[in-house]
Ligand binder design. Structure first.
Ligand code: FAD
Length: 231
């Protein structure tokens, strides 16, 4: 799939981490295919995750009451969002595939990645009313989560202590990425790398590399409640 553009949004502070290894093989494999790969390394960039007044240049539409969503929507339309947001939105615009690489934090993603979504996916850019879910403004793009966990596959099974891993992905895959119009590819979950053997970890890295080799042929999931919670 030469020429396809991939944006990897990566959230781990340690270059020697398992997450870094998964990110690195994704860069290598997709580049080998002729894809144009861009990485947003959130920790390395010291990415600002907070939604603040500083994101908007010039006067607020309502100086009496700062409503971030409304203000960011107006600023997007007027071209008054901060440079770091504009730069990330440009990368998102160009991408065919958004790949999120992160460790699970508290059944979710690290705050720095949540902050990226909060600030980059503003109204007018990623969604609008109308213009959400299947009509979201990022329609035509695909998104995939590649995450690692502390818990084992058994702990994240339907009979395990946590329950099925899929239920935790509803807010990210459905509530955010699908809301913004993306089609969602099945997640890549690498369970418990920190308590696995070196051999098991190597297999997980290989499995990800192999999957990436045919990633463009995959059909998206049906991103609706039954996929997450059963019938
Ligand atoms: C704030 C916080 C909240 C958390 N909440 C949850 C939660 O809700 N649920 C949950 O399940 N877990 C949770 N965790 C645990 C977390 O998800 C895991 O610790 C994390 O996913 C492990 O991934 P890592 O990349 O950090 O592993 P690392 O510790 O970086 O790596 C694991 C091992 O892999 C080795 N490695 C690196 N590269 C390679 C390679 N190429 N091949 C083979 N091995 C390699 C490393 O040397 C290391 O020994 C939480 C952790 C934190 C800090």
């Amino acid at each position: 799939m030469a020429g396809k553009k991939v944006l990897i949004i990566y959230a781990h502070p340690e270059p020697g981490s398992f997450n870094a290894a998964l990110k690195n093989v994704a860069v290598d494999e997709l580049s080998k295919q002729g894809c144009v790969v861009t990485v947003t390394d959130l920790y390395a960039a010291n990415f600002e995750p907070r939604t603040t007044r500083k994101d908007i240049a010039g006067a607020l539409c309502d100086p009496e009451h700062f409503n971030y969503g409304v203000a960011a929507h107006h600023a997007y339309k007027d071209g008054r969002l901060s440079c770091d947001i504009v730069a990330e939105q440009q990368k998102v615009c160009e991408a065919d595939l958004l790949l999120f690489q992160f460790p699970m934090y508290w059944y979710s993603m690290p705050a720095i990645m949540k902050g990226w979504m909060d600030r980059i996916f503003c109204q007018g850019f990623a969604f609008d009313f109308p213009g959400f879910f299947d009509d979201g403004l990022l329609k035509g793009k695909r998104a995939i989560l590649s995450l690692t966990t502390g818990g084992t596959a058994e702990m994240f099974s339907s009979t395990g202590v946590n329950g099925d891993i899929r239920r935790f992905l509803w807010p990210i895959q459905h509530g955010t990425l699908h809301f913004c119009g993306c089609q969602i590819l099945a997640p890549q979950v690498s369970f418990a790398p920190d308590t696995s053997s070196q051999e098991e970890r190597t297999k997980m890295v290989e499995a990800w590399t192999q999957r990436l080799a045919t990633i463009w042929q995959e059909e998206p999931i049906v991103c609706e409640a039954p996929w997450y919670f059963g019938q």
